[in-house]
Design a protein around this ligand. Structure first.
Ligand code: NA7
Length: 873
């Protein structure tokens, strides 16, 4: 053991922890020529793999991938013996690494950091330890692990038991012999599931206390996968590169097969293949949609439950072991060796705490609501204060005496999971807000360590010595992390990913679920944009490019990426007929749209001939319902009843109103003002025929998207001028209301977000002569805006039309017309309409439907229902 550091020793960097992350961080910092002290509370290196010595402890990522990749010679020098290495072998590996690079000399073992505070004057951190050290450092790096602080046993009477007590996370080094003992295991997470079969081999009686059944699949451990070994042997660098740019941190095929649309045969074949393979990323990726679509998830979950039933002999026990309270994958699934089979042994019993909860631990055992058990030993496999526990334990004091724990009282807030505002020069390795526990940790650790080291090298080169994220960058990243989580099923589970396992811990989805690849790209983009969102200071001056690195909804970004990859010709380069055919072909491959009560097609009279319409009636019993006349988008040129069918269904199902979608005449065959006149005629017809359509007379609203919103807005002006019909409200989704293309949103969003400036020009050219483009019947914003129906205007952030929508809302208000605004944050012009594809659009459409309900009432009520919002600002 080393001697304690002398008081007030100064280091360039202090690192907390000597596990996978601390060891590699130390090596990188040394390579930068920095003086470093690592504090490690254990008496050896290893971190997680030092402490978790329970029987059966193994990694759950194949060891070919669960290893450092920074040094090819290290990779050559070490050979793993199994597909999933045991804890002793992984610990040996980390010792081997520490020795190979001579890392131990900078590690002070058996020493925990007690406090850390930022000294503003000095621009340094002051660190104290539980052994009385006091040191200072420029950079303070928490390499303290995501699963390193065990959860204290929150079970009544836990300290009363007089037999042996063990924690899987603090297992005795000499091992434990349970031969002939009556043993209780509490907890069926990975630690419980890995250790139970081995404890059962020794114990005379084993009773497992299960609060929540967990999904587990057989690890099929054995030799490392020949396939992976061959790939590594042939092209190690290529293999590691693929891992770094994969979703989870290990190379593998991503499927685009959807569970909901796959045939029964394909479902079965894919599931069985993943089951046989015995890898987490395999079973989590049977279908592309299984972590976002409940129906798809149920298919996989159902097949796993089937396996449990076919393995466990006693049907009651099998049922109790079958997880039903969370979607598969939303709690970390386990890899096991003979776990479910263990319950077939005569001396093993499962106690389901859902039916008989523990009332107390006693001197001699455990009492449940209905039974008393006596034991010789109790094993707690009850988990960790994950991701934030070790950071909270130090409770760093940042600028102005601020406490990290106070700052994070409602949940952690970080920029990239690397740093947090107010705590300069404090880095976290795999902190909350980074992929960390959802990924192959070793790959994520290396990426964080490399990023930090490169950042410090940059700062040194530029004579900068403090770095801190801005509040804007941090809140933007937090929003992005939440957006990524929100489109998945993860937040629905009571998991440690959500902090739900620790009583009183805030419920926040802690890791970043956007993928290792997307995350790495974001970190790289931050750097290439001049360390966007970081403020750096020092002799070299003060540098800060403030901003948000990701503000688009993640699924919208994904759709754009897929579209870009398809290399489609821009619509405006096609003849109109081809553009229409393309739109129809796209519409044909959309996922099923929401069910409504009834859909009927009909025809109404218009000024230039018959206008086809489609009526959507809500499933709600009763009626008649209020009615909304809807106009589809497509720049007055494209689109029809089919193009906007999913959006109409969605609006109908959500808002409970009748929607009459009208197919007006299109340009270039029928140019301005044909579409607008048709829209007005359609409103007149629906108002006159409301009763026969099964709608409430006198409660007609209009709605439209894009150019459809244009003619809806114009129809309102025409109806006012004509003295009727009365329109109760207008819902304008991303409307065209002006021909002015100089507003900033055109410059910001005119290229790359589907609706481009070039396409908009093409639409205008087909619809209206330049001389007509200021006419209020197409540039609605230039008309008289007094006395119009209350409006709700929806704008999307990444839409060239955003600013004219906002301007219209402002102008309506200025003219005394009530106008609410819904901002589709992170959306494009088209993404809201991608029902069933862009999941993040659903909550916005729910908001729109709510507003629509307000717009269809009597006029005064509609005005009241509108929310005042950002449109005014
Ligand atoms: P986990 O996965 O958090 O599992 C802990 C288990 O202990 C889980 O089944 C819990 O049930 C159970 N538990 C926790 N507290 C109690 C109380 N008070 N009473 C009864 N049961 C309780 O931790 P592990 O150590 O197994 O695994 C952690 C990670 O390490 C793992 O995911 C891998 O990544 C490696 P609950 O589900 O909360 O109802």
């Amino acid at each position: 053991m080393n001697q304690p550091a002398t008081v007030s020793e100064q280091f360039d960097a202090v690192v907390v922890g000597a596990g996978f992350s601390g060891l590699y961080m130390l090596r990188r910092l040394r390579q930068l020529g920095m003086s470093v002290r690592v504090f490690e509370s254990a008496d050896d290196v290893g971190g997680t793999w030092y402490w978790n010595r329970y029987p059966g402890a193994r990694c759950d990522i194949p060891t070919t991938d669960y290893a450092y990749s920074f040094d090819p010679e290290l990779e050559e020098a070490w050979t793993w013996s199994e597909k999933y290495a045991t804890q002793p072998e992984i610990l040996d590996y980390l010792r081997f690494v520490a020795d190979r690079y001579g890392l131990r000399s900078d590690v002070e073992f058996s020493t925990a950091v007690a406090s850390a505070s930022w000294d503003e004057q000095e621009g340094r951190w002051r660190i104290t330890t539980d052994r009385g050290d006091e040191v200072s450092c420029r950079y303070f790096i928490m390499a303290s692990g995501c699963l390193s602080v065990p959860k204290s046993p929150d079970i009544e009477g836990a300290d009363r038991f007089e037999g042996q007590v063990y924690f899987t996370s603090r297992w005795p080094h000499e091992g434990v012999d349970f031969t002939g003992q009556r043993v209780a295991v509490i907890g069926t997470g990975s630690s419980g599931i890995q250790s139970i079969p081995l404890i059962a081999r020794q114990a005379s009686q084993l009773t497992v206390f299960q609060r929540t059944p967990n999904f587990s699949i057989p690890a099929h451990n054995g030799p490392a996968s020949a396939d992976r070994l061959t790939q590594l042997a042939e092209d190690r660098e290529g293999y590691r590169h693929a891992a770094r740019w994969s979703r989870g941190g290990a190379p593998g095929e991503l499927t685009d097969i959807l569970g909901i649309t796959a045939s029964g045969e394909v479902r079965r074949q894919r599931f069985e293949a993943a089951w046989e393979q015995g890898e987490l990323f395999g079973i989590l990726g049977v279908f592309a949609d299984q972590l976002v679509n409940p129906a798809s998830n149920d298919i996989v979950a159902g097949m796993i439950r089937e396996k449990i039933r076919s393995t466990v002999n006693d049907p009651g026990t099998a049922e109790a072991l079958s997880p039903k309270d969370h979607y598969f994958g939303t709690k970390r699934p386990c890899l096991d060796t003979g776990y479910f089979e263990t319950y077939n042994l005569p001396h093993v019993r499962l106690v389901d705490l859902r039916t008989q909860p523990i009332t107390t631990v006693t001197r001699t055992g455990i009492d449940t609501a209905s039974e008393s058990f006596d034991f010789d030993a109790i094993v707690y496999a009850t988990g960790f204060d994950a991701m934030t526990g070790a950071l909270a334990a130090v409770d760093a004091t940042g600028r102005d005496g601020a406490s990290l724990n106070e700052k994070w009282a409602a949940g952690p807030s970080t920029y990239l999971g690397l740093m947090t505002a107010g705590f300069p020069n404090l880095f976290m390795i795999t902190g909350p807000g980074s992929p960390s526990v959802l990924s192959n940790m070793t790959v994520s650790i290396e990426q964080h360590v490399d990023w930090i080291a490169d950042c410090l090298a940059h700062m040194t080169a530029e004579s900068l010595d403090t770095i801190e994220p801005t509040a804007l960058a941090e809140s933007g990243w937090g929003q992005h992390v939440r957006d990524c989580g929100a489109i998945t099923l993860y937040p629905t589970a009571n998991s440690w990913y959500m902090g739900a396992n620790v009583p009183g811990k805030p419920r926040v989805f802690l890791p970043y679920v956007g993928g290792v690849n997307a995350y790495r790209q974001a970190c790289d983009d931050v750097v290439s944009r001049g360390y966007l969102g970081f403020r750096m200071t020092g002799q070299g001056g003060e540098r800060c490019r403030d901003g948000v690195i990701r503000s688009m909804q993640p699924d919208v970004a994904m759709v754009l990426e897929i579209m870009a990859g398809m290399g489609l010709p821009p619509l405006e380069t096609l003849p109109v007929a081809d553009a229409r055919a393309f739109m129809a072909a796209t519409a044909a491959v959309r996922p099923p749209a929401p069910e409504v009560g009834e859909v009927t097609d009909g025809v109404m009279r218009g000024p230039g001939g018959d206008l086809p319409y489609r009526l959507y009636r809500p499933a709600e019993p009763g009626g008649p319902h209020p009615v909304v006349v809807y106009f589809h988008g497509g720049g007055w040129v494209l689109g029809d009843l089919d193009s906007d069918d999913p959006l109409c269904r969605d609006l109908c199902a959500r808002s409970g109103v009748v929607i009459v979608s009208v197919n007006y005449r299109h340009a270039p065959e029928a140019r301005f003002p044909a579409a607008a006149l048709d829209a007005f005629a359609a409103v007149q017809w629906v108002a006159a025929n409301a009763a026969s359509l099964g709608a409430i007379p006198g409660q007609v609203a209009v709605a439209g998207w894009s150019a459809g919103a244009n003619i809806a807005a114009v129809a309102c002006q025409l109806a006012r001028d004509a003295g009727g019909p009365a329109i109760s409200g207008q819902l304008l989704i991303s409307p065209v209301v002006d021909s002015d293309m100089t507003r900033p949103s055109y410059a910001e969003n005119g290229d790359g977000y589907v609706l481009t400036t070039a396409l908009m020009r093409w639409f205008w050219d087909h619809y209206a002569d330049p001389a007509d483009r200021g006419d209020p019947r197409v540039a609605a914003i230039r008309g008289d805006l007094h006395g119009l129906p209350p409006a709700c205007i929806v704008t999307a952030d990444f839409d060239p039309l955003r600013d004219e929508g906002l301007a219209y809302a402002r102008a309506l208000k200025a003219a005394g017309t009530p106008a609410g605004h819904i901002r589709a944050r992170g959306h494009t012009h088209t993404s809201l309409t991608m029902v069933g594809v862009v999941i993040s659009g659903a909550p916005v459409r729910a908001e729109i439907a709510e507003a629509l309900r307000g717009l269809v009432g009597p006029v005064a009520a509609a005005a009241d229902a509108l929310t005042e919002s950002a449109a005014a600002g």
